[in-house]
Design a protein around this ligand. Structure first.
Ligand code: ADP
Length: 838
């Protein structure tokens, strides 16, 4: 149908929809947001609301939601990855067609509403573009103002960062690496396209280089296009460098259950056990630490120092008590900037500021130079607190346009209007009693409604007593009563209502002034927020360390590991943990054998998680922990099979192993658990041996390698830095007893049949299997491995192209030059060159 045949309002809708084809348009109609056509059909399903229709020149599908209850609906749509365009009425109703405009595009990455966001988590939106240094990734949390930029990542690292940060929306150029975009989509991320790189000089990116500014602008321009306002509250961009961080793939974090559980219970994550922060800012900072382990001794020792500083018990209870009253300063500041702040937010800000002097005093009780400095640097913003104290009512309403926000005494004009209004109220009371006397009608009552204003209500039984001389004029008939107005009442009404209405609109004007006043404190409050977050995190870590007996790691420059009585911080919560040592030399490889279920995997995870904890700046579960810093942690653990991604277990295993084998250095830590399980025995064993030899000769990384191929233990004879470890089990009356104790040496059996008997497989079957095994174990049939031979290894490794070069070649082969601008092509060549040169 031709658009002209629709009603003018529907034409207006269609025009808006044309500009926001990829979003669901919330079209404001009085007290409702309405959706039409396909949007309505889709939204009614997702939101489970009734689909109706509207006659707008033709029948149009429609559904709607009340504007005051819109949040849960927005949340639902955003979680499903939809964008929402909010089209508001921007002119007064009544005179012709109301003008409507989209005032904001809400997307999964740009939502900032309180109640929709998880307060303990950042909600970042990212953008990725290619620069000559590599994939530059910018990410911003517009609800808190935190902004970050990286500029020298390779594709895989950019992807990894995005997945690690649990980002929901990524902005990419229209013509961008298809593989990259597909990978994002496969992980349920919303990909938005934008190509505006215009650099606007904002103060928060003054310190960036030109290329970085270009990358940052790509995201900032998208944000200002969708939010339709400037983001004054953004903090200066933090430039994230690769050096100084430990490289950890998001899969590794998943395997180790750092923040995400492999089961449905959050109780199996490290975060669950070590995050007992009191404030949202603290929780988010700890999450950021958990997400980005460091490789920087000085920075880590500094974090350990803070934990130690917060150990003293005495001020602790006070500090915890005060932190409880601290609201989410960052997000309140964000809402001030977005002009979506309400009086309750400001009241909470004041409550927060009330506690700051106590926090500073409590900090002073800690006898530690670091905390003394913190106390000295912290400002209590007394002036702002006093200002808000004078301005904002206790427990004000959420709406900002209905009054009840501003305290008496804050503004003279407001006080006058309120006085007139109050006087009016008492006049009305007096009027009511004098009319009762005059008419003799005891239940006469003065009431108010929006349509008639003030009226006199008289019950049906008493209307007979109404006389002409009263001057009452009948206005409305109800079932049980009649309503009248009188000239005296109407005259007074004007005065009262005028005062009341003017007071309410003045309150709103004053509120806007207050908002502007508080906005000046944006950066001060953000600094305060950062300080609170730090106090919260380190106090929390101090308490956790004491409670769970974590100790300070000692980081040294040699590659030796000396961990005594190590424990797994999560497994120990569910069982009596058998402590184990990890004593490792430079470049040493542990080959760990032992029956299934004996604790090989747990031992490896324990070591990995101790390393991880040490490198986020946390104390560790051990009696002694002398250790080096690792530049990267690679794991191939457990069975997080990527079956939905269309890859087989074995393929996943190989992809993950390849990541370690191509990128690990002698300063990395590699954990391989049961490599080669997904294929035939000899195949798997051969691959496992090949990998061990490769790591030993080519990489020299410290490695833990568990295997059920106990045949591999003979490698000890030819690989000088390989040590056999085993987890012994005792056989008692044909039953297995797991000791979970790891020691040097080998196991000669895999105990599979014993484990099977534990699982109560039929007795006859077990007996038969034992007989078969005896036959197989007959000396003649034993596998004999082709043991390592240095010359042969070197020869085989000669004409082999480096894995990095293969990566570059593959990348070159995939390029679709038709889809690229010459600039992009140049950038890509430069980037690929850089990879080879490294
Ligand atoms: P494997 O890798 O050898 O098959 P796991 O490491 O998965 O064995 O351990 C099997 C179970 O044994 C674990 O779920 C855990 O409950 C228990 N376990 C392992 N190591 C220990 C330990 N050091 N202390 C206590 N229980 C342990």
């Amino acid at each position: 149908m031709d658009n002209n045949n629709y009603t003018p309002m529907m034409q207006q809708y269609l025009e808006i929809k044309e500009d926001y084809a990829d979003a669901i348009v919330f079209f404001r109609l009085g007290d409702f947001y309405e959706m039409f056509f396909d949007d309505a059909i889709l939204a009614s399903k997702v939101l489970e609301i009734a689909l109706t229709s509207r006659d707008a020149g033709a029948k149009v599908p429609m559904c709607g939601i009340p504007h005051h209850a819109v949040k849960p609906y927005i949340q639902k749509l955003i979680e499903k990855g939809f964008k929402i365009a909010i089209a508001e009425q921007i002119t007064e109703a009544g005179k012709g067609l109301v003008k409507r405009e989209v005032i904001r595009l809400i997307t999964p990455g740009t939502v900032f509403e309180d109640g929709i966001l998880d307060q303990n988590k950042n909600n970042f939106i990212a953008s990725v573009i290619l620069t000559e240094k590599g994939y530059a990734t910018t990410y911003i949390d517009i609800s808190t103002g935190e902004s970050f930029i990286t500029d020298n990542l390779v594709k895989k690292e950019a992807l990894d960062l995005i997945l690690s940060l649990d980002i929901k929306e990524v902005v990419c150029p229209t013509h961008f690496d298809k593989e990259f975009i597909n990978e994002l989509k496969q992980n349920d991320l919303l990909v938005s396209h934008a190509d505006d790189y215009t650099i606007h000089e904002y103060s928060y990116m003054n310190h960036l280089e030109r290329e970085q500014k270009r990358a940052a602008s790509h995201l900032l321009n998208y944000l200002s296009k969708t939010q339709m306002q400037t983001l004054n509250h953004l903090m200066p961009f933090t430039h994230i460098l690769k050096v100084g961080h430990m490289h950890v793939d998001y899969r590794v974090k998943k395997h180790l259950e750092i923040m995400e559980s492999l089961t449905n219970s959050s109780k199996t994550t490290l975060e669950y056990w070590i995050n007992h922060c009191q404030t949202a800012m603290g929780s988010r900072l700890l999450k950021a630490y958990l997400n980005q382990p460091l490789n920087d001794k000085k920075a880590l020792n500094e974090r350990y120092d803070y934990i130690e500083a917060f150990f003293p018990y005495k001020p602790r209870e006070d500090m915890l008590e005060h932190l409880k009253y601290i609201y989410d300063i960052n997000r309140i500041v964000g809402r001030i900037s977005f002009q979506s702040v309400n009086a309750r937010d400001l009241f909470q800000l004041k409550e927060t500021l009330n506690h700051i002097p106590f926090i500073i005093d409590t900090l002073k009780l800690y006898d530690h130079p670091k905390i003394q400095t913190l106390a000295k640097d912290m400002k209590d913003h007394k002036d702002l607190r006093e200002y808000l104290e004078k301005a904002i009512h206790e427990n004000p309403p959420i709406t900002v346009k209905d009054g009840g926000i501003i305290k008496d005494g804050f503004n003279e004009q407001l006080d006058d209007l309120r006085y007139t209004n109050d006087k009016g109220q008492s006049w009305l009371n007096e009027f009511e009693s004098s009319e009762r006397e005059k008419t003799g009608i005891k239940n006469l009552r003065v009431g108010y409604n929006r349509v008639f204003g003030y009226y006199i209500e008289i019950s049906k039984g008493n209307t007979q007593f109404v006389k002409d001389e009263f001057g009452y004029e009948r206005k409305q008939t109800l079932t049980n009563s009649e309503r009248y107005i009188s000239p005296v009442l109407k005259e007074k009404e004007d005065q009262i209502l005028n005062a009341k209405e003017r007071a309410i609109s003045l309150e709103y004007e004053l509120f806007k002034e207050i908002r502007i006043y508080v906005e000046k404190y944006t950066h001060d409050l953000q600094l305060l927020s950062t300080q609170i977050a730090m106090i919260d995190v380190f106090l929390n870590l101090a308490i956790i360390s004491e409670k769970y007996q974590f100790i300070r790691p000692h980081l040294h420059d040699s590659r030796l590991v000396d961990i005594k009585e190590g424990r797994h911080p999560v497994v120990e919560k569910f069982t009596t943990f058998i402590k184990n040592d990890v004593v490792m030399d430079q470049g040493e490889i542990f080959l760990i054998t032992g029956p299934n279920m004996s604790g090989k995997s747990t031992y490896m995870r324990m070591f990995a998680i101790i390393v991880y904890m040490a490198q986020i700046g946390c104390f560790v579960p051990a009696a002694k922990a002398d250790m080096p810093l690792y530049d990267a942690l690679y794991t191939r653990i457990g069975s997080s099979d990527d079956l939905s991604g269309g890859k087989s277990t074995f393929m996943v295993e190989m992809v993950e192993s390849n990541d370690a084998l191509t990128n690990a250095t002698k300063d990395s830590l590699i954990l391989f658990d049961e490599i080669g399980r997904g294929t035939a025995t000899y195949d798997g064993m051969a691959l496992a041996q090949g990998m061990i030899e490769y790591i030993h000769e080519k990489i020299g990384a410290q490695t833990l390698f568990s295997t059920h191929y106990h045949e591999l233990t003979v490698l000890e004879h030819t690989l000088s830095r390989l040590t056999n470890l085993c987890v012994k089990a005792k056989e008692e009356n044909d039953k297995m007893v797991f000791l979970h104790h790891v020691e040097k040496g080998t196991t000669d059996k895999s105990y599979g049949i014993q484990v099977a008997s534990l699982a109560h497989l039929p007795k006859s079957l077990i007996t038969r299997s034992k007989r078969i095994l005896e036959k197989l174990e007959d000396k003649e049939n034993k596998v004999s491995l082709d043991l390592f031979n240095y010359e042969a290894f070197e020869e085989e490794n000669q004409n082999i192209i480096d894995a990095k070069d293969v990566e570059v070649l593959e990348e070159l082969a995939k390029i679709d030059t038709d889809q690229m601008t010459p600039i992009d092509a140049l950038l890509l060549i430069k980037h690929l060159q850089n990879i080879i040169k490294k």
